[in-house]
Design a binder for this molecule. Structure first.
Ligand code: PEP
Ligand code: MG
Length: 544
């Protein structure tokens, strides 16, 4: 038995086998080759395998997400057969006597660059498709195609690190737990693991990744951050008991379903759920969430290989609202950039991505994307109780611009005969110190605030949430953060707005009393934490 230790980010125990998630090597090497016909034959075999994989993905998507979303795989199959693309690969192999991987990588770069430089946004987005099919070909050529999708058994997925886009593309039905060698606990990958309700450990180290292999037996303890490879009998039986106790605890919490979120002295609070996709609604309802306090709409963009259309978005938002049957649903507008990268947006590499071109900054400079989303949201709003929330606000003028665009979109819709109820609430995230400090100016302009403690912490304490080395300097209970939240709560209430917290800190039950004493009206947490927070609220007595 060998033990490794990382940081547990979702407490639960998983017992199973390891599947190493391998990314295609970003650094494809140029190798001199004598036998060029053999290289071309390798490309043909890789292409045949890719076509089979894409057909399987098409069939799966058709069943799970419908024809419109599945079409992208048909496009990929067609691109794989594109004459110019294939000729370019063969020419490079032949004329330069180089390996197939290198020829595919160069062709991919050339074609992607050509698409990116086109005026038409549809054609620009094809750059990401060319990269996608080329990566698939390279993975097939190097034998590094992810093994996660291959096996029928649920596996413990181990990776160097996982980008949010990679995490969402994993087949959730086959993931028993996550372990990454790197990563930080506030990253979106960690948040996704919590939302998906699966044990997760991050930062297990390079040695862990070097020493494990596909099929190894392992136990992941998401509470302690320990991973046991080839566990001995004693460890196994201890962890099986822990797993059972854990399930029992969760079963007991289920008894709180249907009960009020009320303190012993009668103070009520809303406890909502954070979700990243329609798939998480079941978990939100199962855990008796009073609403959705944060729907991270960017995952819709991350799961797609092209800009989701107004119709696609409308049908997703409508489904979320209908599934919640009139309970509040707060949908946050697109928050990409920083760690959440979407290829087809073709965003530039930045020195300081967290301080860069992200979230509302993209929306305000690309109104076509923003308006498409707002149209879909306002159209869907008749199906329930919608709150639209804007991320990364730093100034009054930004909010003025946003509200003007909302008015424009609503007017356009009304002129087209679409009914837009006035009851749709408008809110902003308080996730920059600037927003908290000027919350007295922002509050009269909105219906609600929701505090994003993940970013508020990173910006207030100058600690990159992606960087595990600074995690020890990142005190999430820091007085500065609590004061900013308190100040925002006071300003919200003075102006008749409500205030919630939707960052990860909302689930920290050691702070529940503090938040309630500040007057926080709503806590929005991963679905699996709703009942735990309810339990904490019900044990509090604020009269003392
Ligand atoms: C936050 O910053 O706290 C938040 C809820 O948003 P995200 O984690 O998606 O950046
Ligand atoms: Mg944020």
């Amino acid at each position: 038995m060998v033990k490794y230790t990382g940081k547990g980010v979702y407490g639960a125990v998983a017992i199973g086998r390891i599947s190493v998630f391998r990314k295609p090597d970003a650094q494809v090497k140029r190798i001199h080759i004598e036998d060029t016909p053999a290289e071309k034959a390798r490309v043909a075999a890789a292409k045949e395998a890719a076509a089979g994989q894409l057909q399987a993905l098409y069939n799966k998507a058709l069943k799970e997400v419908g024809e419109t979303n599945a079409q992208i795989f048909e496009i990929h199959i067609m691109m794989l057969e594109d004459e110019d693309y294939n000729e370019s690969i063969e020419n490079i192999i032949e004329s330069q006597s180089v390996n197939a991987e290198y020829a595919v990588a160069v062709t991919s770069d050339n074609f992607a660059e050509m698409f990116s430089s086109m005026e038409d946004t549809y054609m620009q987005a094809r750059a990401a498709d060319v990269r996608d099919i080329s990566n698939r070909l390279i993975a097939n050529l190097t034998g590094t195609a992810s093994s996660v999708t291959g096996s029928g058994e649920k596996m413990i997925v181990c990776a160097d690190d996982l980008a949010p886009s990679e995490t969402v593309s994993l087949d959730k039905d086959k993931v028993l737990a996550f372990v990454t060698a790197h990563g930080s606990s506030n990253s979106h990958t960690a948040i996704l693991a919590r939302n998906m309700n699966i044990p997760a450990v991050i930062g297990a180290g390079d040695e862990f990744l070097t020493n494990i292999k596909d099929g190894d037996e392992a136990i992941v303890d998401g509470y302690t951050g320990e991973i046991f490879i080839d566990p001995d009998e004693q460890t196994r039986s201890a962890l099986v008991s822990k797993q059972r106790a854990d399930e029992e605890k969760k079963r007991l919490l289920q008894e709180l379903r249907g009960k009020d979120n009320v303190t012993l002295d009668g103070r009520k609070i809303n406890i909502y759920a954070n979700i990243g996709s329609v798939d998480n609604i079941g978990a939100a309802l199962l855990n008796d969430a009073g609403g959705i306090g944060l729907f991270r709409s960017e995952f819709l963009y991350l799961e797609n290989s092209d800009y989701p259309t107004e119709e696609q978005q409308f049908s997703v938002y409508k489904r979320v609202l209908e599934s919640m049957s009139g309970k509040k649903v707060v949908i946050r507008t697109l928050d990409i950039g920083a760690d959440k990268q979407v290829d087809y947006f073709n965003l530039k590499k930045e020195e300081n991505p967290a301080l860069g071109y992200r979230a509302i900054r993209i929306c305000l400079t690309r109104p076509d994307i923003f308006k498409t989303q707002l149209r879909a949201l306002f159209r869907a709003s008749v199906y329930g109780s919608l709150g639209i929330m804007f991320p990364m606000i730093t100034s009054v003028s930004e909010l003025e611009r946003i509200l003007a665009i909302c008015d424009e979109v609503k007017t356009e819709l009304k002129e087209q005969g679409v009914s837009v109820p006035d009851s749709t609430e408008i809110g902003i995230m308080i996730e920059t110190p600037a927003a908290a400090i000027i919350s007295d100016r922002l509050a009269p302009m909105v219906d609600f605030f929701s505090v994003g403690t993940n970013d508020l912490t990173q910006y207030t304490l100058a600690c990159d949430r992606q960087n595990p080395d600074v995690e020890q300097f990142c005190d999430t209970h820091h007085e500065a953060i609590l004061r900013l939240i308190e100040m925002s709560a006071e300003n919200a209430h003075k102006n008749g707005a409500w205030i919630g917290i939707c960052g990860e800190l909302a689930a920290d039950t050691t702070l529940t009393e503090t938040f309630l004493r500040m007057g926080i009206d709503e806590l929005s947490v991963s679905p699996s934490f709703v009942l735990k927070v309810r339990e904490a609220v019900r044990n509090l007595d604020l009269s003392k």
